[in-house]
Design a protein around this ligand. Structure first.
Ligand code: SF4
Length: 275
């Protein structure tokens, strides 16, 4: 007796950074197999513009040239309009604080940004493509061996089964760089919202130096959030863990930051951002 079976959907959650681009190269080389790469763009005004430029100028054309399906997704409201994370944060009268801002002791607060703007956006597309609780999609996430602790805390949604192709292949971040260069692609910038409180001090310092307009916008956001909190009688919050405004936490012109060790408490453990 023959039984009809539906092939399991295999999708890759493409973060836009080094690990995700390395996975794209591995797919082009036939070393890993995914039906589609899905990039959840948090917003034209929210993602680091260098990540969006890289996606459109390099990643998407490379995928297309190698016959790999890649899609750029956004969060769409019920009325059909696009919602961005920056838009939600800065909306007049909003009390929403969806990003992992740092409390005065430096610890990150709870966040809903990754769930609302990455996981659910990709989840919606997975369901459109046939994933369900009964038939979960296999979803690849680009965590490399040197960041293996980020994979340990991962919770799956009911319609997906997470897989970590870089861990399966034993590849580190430096291997990803090599793979990307060997494919003739430039190494992409770190992928994240430019104002993300998970940035390491070194990333903020580099932003202040090379993209001062993004640094200034991040400072303005921090000020706006704190003006709102002050009106509600709440403590200030910060984009860094140093308990002071960004402009003072990351001074202009510093050559080295003495406190730039990897911040274990601040890592995004979902693997949907910073991959
Ligand atoms: S990069 Fe940061 S701010 Fe943006 S969605 Fe991820 S955790 Fe939130």
């Amino acid at each position: 007796m023959s039984q009809s079976t539906t092939a399991t959907l295999r999708a890759f959650s493409f973060g836009g950074g080094v690990q995700s681009v390395a996975c794209l190269v591995l797919a082009a080389q036939g070393r890993i197999d995914f039906d589609v790469f899905l990039f959840a763009n948090v917003g034209e005004d929210s993602e680091d513009p260098r990540t969006i430029d890289y996606f459109r100028q390099h990643a998407a054309p490379y995928a297309t040239a190698h016959g790999i399906r890649i899609e750029e997704l956004q969060r769409i409201r019920r009325d059909g309009s696009t919602e961005t994370l920056w838009g939600r944060l800065t909306k007049e009268g909003s009390r929403s604080l969806p990003i992992p801002v740092r409390m005065s002791n430096g610890a990150p607060g709870t966040r809903s940004c990754t769930a609302d703007f990455k996981i659910k956006v990709i989840g919606k597309r997975l369901k459109q493509l046939g994933a369900s609780e009964d038939s979960p999609a296999v979803v690849g996430v680009g965590i490399s061996l040197d960041e293996i602790q980020r994979a340990n805390n991962r919770r799956s949604e009911p319609y997906e089964q997470i897989t970590y192709p870089l861990l399966d292949l034993g590849l580190r971040r430096t291997d990803c760089h090599r793979l990307i260069r060997s494919a003739g692609l430039p190494v992409p910038p770190k992928s994240a919202c430019f104002f993300c409180p998970f940035h390491r001090p070194e990333a903020w310092r580099e932003m202040r130096r090379t993209a001062p307009e993004l640094f200034a916008k991040s400072c303005q956001l921090e000020t706006l959030l704190n003006e709102r909190r002050a009106k509600l009688g709440k403590d200030p919050v910060y984009l860094t863990r140093f308990g002071k405004p960004l402009d003072r936490a990351i001074p202009d012109g510093w050559d080295t930051l003495p406190f730039d060790e990897w911040d274990e408490t601040g890592l995004c453990d979902s693997g949907r951002c910073f991959t």
